[in-house]
Each structure stands twice: as structure tokens, then as C-alpha cells.
Ligand binder design. Sequence first.
Ligand code: ATP
Length: 514
Amino acid sequence: MSQQEGLKKIVSHAKEYGFVFQSSEIYDGLAAVYDYGPLGVALKNNIKAYWYKAMVDAHENVVGVDTAIFMHPKTWKASGHVDAFSDPLIDNKDSKKRYRADVLIEEHIAKIESKIKKEVTKAQKRFGDAFDQAQFLQTNGRVVDYQKKITEINSEMKRCLEAEDFTALKQLIEDLGIACPVSGSKNWTDVRQFNLMFDTEIGALADGSSKIYLRPETAQGIFVNFLNVQKTTRQKIPFGIAQIGKAFRNEIVARQFIFRMREFEQMEMQFFVAPGDEMKWYEYWKGYRLKWHKALGFGEEKYRFHDHIKLAHYANAASDIEFEFAIGFKELEGIHSRTDFDLTQHQELSGKKLQYFDNQLNKSYVPYVVETSIGLDRMFLAVLSSALKEQSLEDGSSRVVMQIPAFLAPYKLAVLPLVKKDGLPEKARSILQDLKFDYAVHYDEKDSIGKRYRRQDAIGTPFCLTIDHQSLEDDTCTLRDRDSMTQERLTLQDIQLRLQQKVSISQILKQLEK
Ligand code: ATP
């Protein structure tokens, strides 16, 4: 299956079962803007809870805030977004499609990487058990040439971006023979800079309204509140402030479902440290965040770090956690060492001191900051990409199943009376009544039991509970496991215990402490 086909399957499944809809669909939609349906919002809330509990509840020295989307316009001057939050864009003259110049080049590199992968797979087949991948990568002539090419392209792209040399960037695209994926032509415009912030007016027009921006990141709401939070919580450095909230970017490339949206949600944490301590904390948070991802059990090989070749204006170190989406390895989360850039800038533009008095060092300073920043929607897509599977079963049939980790699943349990009579629906509803405030439980009595199991598989419900005639006599029911499809007859008490063990978020949070 091609990458685009893989993504298409996810998009249509997400729509069919009410996870994600195109925004304003009845008006033919709005590009790169999406709405979450009933199952989508449940999954999204569970991802948020996992992040918030791991970052805030699990860390005594991390606290939460919820700051406004609108901020004083000087905020964005101070942060550098007014002057520098732009992407290099390029248009194809034939298709009239617009692209990010750096993304076109990165996609070209990804193609070379997949050629390397193919060579490795071929050699693996040829040499069998005797195959030594590390040695092959170092010695195979073709692979070495590919790798050399990648290094050359990366270093030229880095040079162009750092020097803002857009003529050379266009030249690089031409030299690499990159063609527009839509028209297939190499007829490109010049590369130009494009600011990604949305703006609007605040106040009534008559009394002198002024231009303000929709925030392009949640971080600045944390920076400007640094002292408010530090003083009211009496936190001592090192400590962090975490927030989940909407961000807006007028993205140029907007073709990848919820991977790149114009309105999206971020989960960000700014960790304030003493100058000089930032690298220690940068390594700590890189490690902790990767652990958070891996605990989901999607497979260790799905993640890799990618250190930035072009550092943002505020950073002295930055790395992405990349995830293997249906569309290939892409950035899922960024971990950035932002130095004292933001607080110093806000101090200068606001004229207010943003310093911390360190009792241990007996001096005041502007703290350094290590940031972790993850897109909630991208995380949602990562979960869908890994969870959605088509399986062939032993009896020759097949099923579509979403193997969402149980604690993230929209419903934890579906309660299903075997038939719609003989008092079974009433029994089922009384069980649902007992459980519904502890777990997200779904009730379904339509269609055959087999069809109902399939429906729950397709939306990722980890357990189904079937109530039959015996249940009326001895209070036992059949618990069916989504992944193994095994069924067990258990008492209601045992079922409660099983749910506690298998769907609780605290188990996974405890794992992160190890
Ligand atoms: P990219 O290089 O993909 O544009 P970025 O480096 O600009 O991302 P950051 O500014 O570091 O992204 O934002 C932090 C996180 O926010 C990203 O890792 C990503 O998960 C998420 N994010 C950024 N832009 C978008 C978007 N347009 N749609 C959805 N999520 C986004």
C-alpha cells in the first residue's frame, strides 16, 4: 500500500466512525481545518489526560495554566514571530500549487532514504542470517553514494536557510530535478518568505482598533506569566509550566489531514532552569518524552530523534521526536533549549523585570528554558496510524480493528445483551448503570452479536461484555478481549477487577517513573 493510500484509509475510517470530519463540510470544507466527532473528542481528551498527568501530576515541580489565545501584540514582536515566523514558499507555475521549499527538498531526501531501505531489504534477502546491516551501510558502494548525497543536500539546504539565500535555495531545487507532484513540471517561481501568523482587529473600528494575532504557539502565554505563576505557587527553580491549548498558523502546505492544520492544539511545557543547567534538563526531557511515547507500545522502531540542522532564532539545541506515520517518518514533538531568549525579550519590550532570585546561588538571573512541545492532533494521528489494522482471521474472514491502548480508547467497555428480549436488555442496562461513572461504557443491542463485536473492534473498544440468559441466574457474563478475541465467563466482581487492571491510566503512569 502506498503512503497516500495508507493515509486515505485512515481519513475515511476516521470519518465513517465519527472521529474526525472536515470542517464546514456542507460548504465543501475549509482547507486544513477539521472538526472532531463524538469518538474523536473522547480519544483526544484521553490523550490530553495522559499528557497532563505525566507532565503535571507526575512532577511536583510542574504546574498547569490556561492562557488566552489573544495576547498583547508586543508579545509577538518580542518573541520574534512578527519578523521571523515565516516559511520559504515556492509556487509551481503550471499547477499553481504552493509548496514549502524546505519540505520539497526534505521529501526528495526521503526518497533517497527509501532507496537505501530497499537496498538493505534486498541484501537481507540475499545474505539471510549472515547479513550485517551496519557493515553493509558502511561498505556498499551504492548506499555510501546515497548517504553522501543526503549529507551534501542537507548541508547546502542548511546554508541557504541560515543565510536566507533564496536564490540558491531555488537553484538547489532545480539542480535536484525536483518536480511538482501535481503537474510533474519543474517550472518554479522564485522562493519568497511568507509569515504564518493570522491577524485580526481588536476593539470597535471607530475608536481606533488595533491589529492583533491569533497565537501561533501556546508558549508565549507561559512566558509572560512566568512570575505570576512562580510567585503564587512558590515554586523554586528548576520548575515547569504546562499548558494545552489552541494555536493557529497559516500553513502553506496543507494536504496531510490533521498532520498539518491551520487551527490545531498544542501541549507545551516550559521548564525554567538556572543558566548553565539547560543541557542537563534538555537531555532529561528528551529521555522522558521518548519514554512517554514508547509506553504506548506502538513499537520502539517507530520513533527516532532528529537533531535540527537549522536552529530557530531562540534555541541553542533542538531535537524532534519523529514518528513513522502512514506518510513516513515526520516530526511529532519538538524538544528545544530556548536559552533566556524569550524572557529577556519580554523584559526589554515590557520594561518589567522577569528575574528569579536564587537563594542557593544568592543572586538574581533570567532563567533559561527547556521546552517540550507536541501537537495534540499529530499525536491523535500517530495513535490512529498505529492502531488501525486489517487482520485476516483463521476462519478465512477478515476484520478491521483499532488496537488503541485500552486507557486511551474512547469506550472502555461495550455492554451487549445477547438478544433484545427475556429481560436481557434490562440486566445489561443495570450493569451499565453500575459502571458508567467509572468507565466510558457503550450500550448496543442492535444486530447480531458478531456484527456488534466487529463494530466495537472498528472503534477500538478493548472489551465487550455479553449478557445472556445465564447472566440472569448467576450474575456471570462473557468478557471478550478485542485483541486476542478470546472470551471468558466471569462474575461481575471479576469483571470490575479486570477493568481496573487493564484500562486504568495509573498503570502506565507508574511505568514512566521506573
Ligand atoms: P513543522 O516543521 O512540521 O512545521 P514546527 O517545527 O514548526 O513543525 P513547532 O513550532 O516546533 O513545529 O511546534 C511544536 C509541535 O506542534 C510540532 O512538533 C507539531 O506536533 C505541532 N504542530 C506544529 N504545527 C502544526 C500544524 N500546522 N498542525 C498540527 N500540528 C502542528
